[in-house]
Write a protein that binds this ligand. Structure first.
Ligand code: DGT
Ligand code: MG
Length: 368
C-alpha cells in the first residue's frame, strides 16, 4: 500500500487520566451513539455496562483523527466486544440498530424527560415510568407528591433544560464574586466544572470558594446564600454538608476538618438585561439557571479543584488509578496512601498528579 494508506499505529494508555482528551475531537458521530447506550444503561442502573460504554467513547475522543475502519481500533484499550460491534455497524451502515431503537424507545424518552427534572434521580423516574408517567406535565396532571427541589424542577423545567452559555456563566461569575467579596474580601472564587474545561455550554455553573486563612471559610455558605436571597437572586437553594467519604476503600475516619466542606444546589434568577443589553425591558425578563456552590477549606482546595473540574469520567478514572495502581484513595478532600498509612498534602493540582505518578493534564484536556 501507499504510505498514506497504512493504518497509523496509535499507542493509547488505558486510564483516561493518563491521556489528553480535548473538547473538540474527530469522532462525535461514534461517541454520541455509544453515550446513548451508556445513558440507557444508567437508566436501568447497570453501572458496569454504562462505564464500559463511556470508557469506549472516551478512547475515541482521544484519537487524533476520525476512525474509518474497525481495523484501526484493534490495538486500542477499553474497547469491548459490544462497543466494537456498534462502532463497526455505524462505520459500515451509517447507523446502529441498537442505538436507534434505544433512542426511539418510549422507555428511554420517558426516562430522559423525567430525569431531566431537577431533583429527580433514576430510581424515582423509573418508578414513575412504571406507573405510566412520561413527562413533567404528567407529574402535574396526576398530582404527584413532589419535594421542594422537584417542584422547582417542574416549574423551571424549560429554562433548566436550555443550555447555559459561557456568556451567562460569566454574568453569574460576576454576581457570585460580588456576593463573596462583600462578605470575605480575601476569599478565592474559582469557576470549575465544564466551563473550566473550556466548554461553551453547560447544564449548570459550578463554583468553588475558599479562603487562604484556614477556618475563615467556615459559616461562609449560609452568609452567601442570605446575601443572594436578600438581592432576590435565588429561586431555589438547598445547602448540604458534603458526603466526605466518596471512595469505598478510604480510611474509616477522615481528618476532623472535612466536615466543613459544604455544597449549595441553587437556581439563580438571571435578569435577561444583564446578558443582552438590547432585551426589551417589558419582555419576560429573566431566566432560571442551575448554579452549584462549593466551599472548601484551604488545605483541601487543590483536591476540591481537581474533583470539581471533571469530567465525570476523568474523575472516576483518577480514583480508579489511585486505588488500583497506587494503593491510594483519592477524593475531593484528600489523598490517602494506604501503604504508608498517611494523607498526602497538596497545594496545587500539579502536586496531586505528581503524588499519583501521573503526567499533569490541564483542565482543557480532561474532557474524557
Ligand atoms: P455540565 O453538564 O456541562 O455541567 O458538565 P460538568 O462537567 O460541569 O458536570 P457537573 O456540573 O455535573 O459536575 C462538575 C464536576 O463536579 C463533575 O465533572 C464531577 C464533579 N461532581 C459532580 N457532582 C459531584 C458530587 O456530588 N461530589 C463530588 N465530589 N464531585 C462532584
Ligand atoms: Mg457543570
Amino acid at each position: 500500500p501507499k504510505p498514506s494508506e497504512v493504518t497509523p499505529v496509535i499507542r493509547m494508555k488505558s486510564y483516561a487520566c493518563q491521556r489528553r482528551t480535548p473538547l473538540k475531537h474527530h469522532n462525535s458521530f461514534l461517541t454520541e451513539a455509544l453515550e446513548i447506550l451508556a445513558e440507557n444503561a444508567e437508566f436501568s442502573e447497570n453501572e458496569g455496562r454504562s462505564v464500559a460504554f463511556r470508557r469506549s467513547a472516551s478512547v475515541l475522543k482521544a484519537l487524533p483523527h476520525a476512525v474509518r475502519t474497525i481495523d484501526e481500533l484493534k490495538d486500542l484499550p477499553c474497547l469491548g466486544e459490544h462497543s466494537l460491534s456498534v462502532i463497526k455497524e455505524i462505520l459500515e451502515d451509517g447507523t446502529s440498530r441498537e442505538v436507534e431503537s434505544t433512542r426511539q424507545s418510549e422507555q428511554f424518552q420517558a426516562m430522559k424527560a423525567l430525569t431531566g427534572v431537577f431533583g429527580v434521580g433514576v430510581k424515582t423516574a423509573d418508578r414513575w415510568v412504571r406507573e405510566g408517567l412520561r413527562s413533567p406535565l404528567d407529574l402535574v396532571d396526576t398530582g404527584q407528591k413532589l419535594n421542594h427541589a422537584q417542584q422547582a424542577g417542574v416549574q423551571y423545567y424549560k429554562d433548566l433544560n436550555t443550555p447555559v452559555t459561557r456568556k451567562e456563566a460569566m454574568v453569574i461569575s460576576v454576581i457570585v464574586e460580588k456576593a463573596v467579596k462583600a462578605l470575605l474580601p480575601e476569599a478565592i472564587i474559582t469557576l470549575t466544572g465544564g466551563f473550566r474545561r473550556g466548554k461553551e455550554v453547560g447544564h449548570d455553573v459550578d463554583f468553588l470558594i475558599t479562603h487562604p486563612e484556614e477556618g475563615a471559610e467556615e459559616k461562609l455558605m449560609p452568609k452567601i446564600v442570605n446575601w443572594l436571597e436578600d438581592q432576590g437572586l435565588l429561586l431555589y437553594q438547598k445547602t448540604t454538608r458534603n458526603s466526605y467519604l466518596e471512595s469505598k476503600d478510604g480510611p474509616a475516619r477522615p481528618p476532623s476538618n472535612m466536615d466543613r466542606f459544604e455544597r449549595c444546589f441553587s437556581i439563580f434568577k438571571l435578569e435577561q438585561s444583564k446578558i443582552d443589553s438590547n432585551a426589551h425591558a417589558e419582555a419576560s425578563s429573566w431566566r432560571a439557571i442551575r448554579v452549584d456552590l462549593v466551599v472548601s477549606p484551604y488545605s483541601q482546595f487543590a483536591f476540591a479543584t481537581l474533583g470539581w473540574t471533571g469530567s465525570k469520567l476523568f474523575e472516576r478514572e483518577l480514583r480508579r488509578w489511585a486505588g488500583q495502581e497506587k494503593g491510594m484513595s483519592l477524593s475531593s478532600h484528600a489523598l490517602y496512601d494506604s501503604k504508608k498509612k498517611c494523607y498526602l498534602q497538596a497545594s496545587s493540582e500539579e502536586e496531586i498528579f505528581t503524588h499519583l505518578g501521573l503526567e499533569y493534564i490541564p483542565p482543557s484536556e480532561r474532557n474524557a
